[in-house]
Design a protein around this ligand. Structure first.
Ligand code: DGL
Length: 277
């Protein structure tokens, strides 16, 4: 719990490091606000965990961010957005904190996808959890019923990235395998959503396995523009976001280990603190 009631940072949550690729763009676009990043590294990856577990872990982390003064939390994790967001918004928030908000990364991405595909055949690459939840298909159908969605789960990608093994031939094998499997579902795919916030780190390797006309969408700028727009449209939430330009990082694991890898995702030096759950 914080004693400074005027400190109301925007919370950004991910299972581990991936959300830093989103936070990087958000802080660039909205530098005047205060931010707290929380990575649940001690329990990552979330991608292969059950609905119940992802929901339980995510809710626990959201409560921690609320305790630190956040009135607005972004789940910068597709797996948590797919498996926990709706229940938190519909069941937990009304009881826990009716004036606070939790937003995800799937909605802002699916709202825009229609602008990127001419063939109306769209691919989604994500964790096993995100793909099996069907969230992307459901959300895209809502905005663009004419679009056909093809998905491929890439269960090895997050472990390869988190273990800093993504720059070697072993990683190339798994990247090619999953990209080929997606394109085999439809040769007409002309836009692919990177439906996991870790994947921007391997975007060049993914591209190498695709025809040049296929567009790849990373979520960093999409989510940051979506947040900017959200804050303009929701003055009642915006007034509860303090503006001192302060940025803090927390991890549920060891800060030294977090800081080393985090720099790669955030593009700048990161100094984190431990958060005990
Ligand atoms: N970065 C998370 C996402 O966007 C997944 C990482 C994990 O499996 O924990 O889905």
């Amino acid at each position: 719990m914080t004693n400074d009631t005027s400190y109301k940072p925007i919370g950004i949550f991910d299972s581990g490091f991936g959300g830093l690729t989103v936070m990087k763009e958000i802080v660039k676009d909205l530098p005047q606000y205060d931010f707290i990043y929380l990575g649940d590294n001690a329990r990552a990856p979330y991608g292969s965990r059950s609905f119940e577990t992802v929901y339980e872990y995510t809710l626990e982390c959201v409560k921690q961010l609320f305790d630190k003064g956040c009135h607005l939390v972004i789940l910068a994790c597709n797996t948590a957005s797919a498996k926990a967001l709706r229940t938190i918004q519909q069941n937990d928030l009304p009881l826990l904190a009716p004036h606070k908000r939790v937003l995800g990364v799937i909605r802002p991405t699916t709202e825009l996808i229609g602008n990127y595909s001419k063939t109306k055949h769209v691919g989604v690459l994500g964790t096993a959890g995100t793909v099996s939840s069907g969230s992307y298909s459901v959300e895209i159908e809502r905005f663009f019923p004419e679009i056909k969605v093809f998905q491929e789960a890439c269960p090895m990608w997050v472990p390869l990235i988190e273990n800093n093994e993504f720059d070697n031939p072993g990683a190339d094998y798994f990247i090619k395998k999953n990209v080929d499997a997606l394109m085999k579902q439809s040769a007409d795919i002309d836009a692919i959503i990177l439906g996991c916030t870790h994947y921007p780190l391997i975007i060049d390797k993914i591209k190498k396995n695709l025809p040049p006309h296929v567009q790849l969408l990373s979520q960093g700028t999409i989510v940051s523009h979506g947040l900017k727009d959200y804050l303009l449209r929701h003055a009642e939430i915006e007034k509860n976001c303090s503006k001192r330009g302060d940025v803090k990082f927390y991890t549920t694991d060891t800060p030294e280990t977090f800081d080393k890898a985090a720099t790669l995702f955030y593009g700048k030096e990161v100094k984190s603190q431990h958060l005990a759950l």
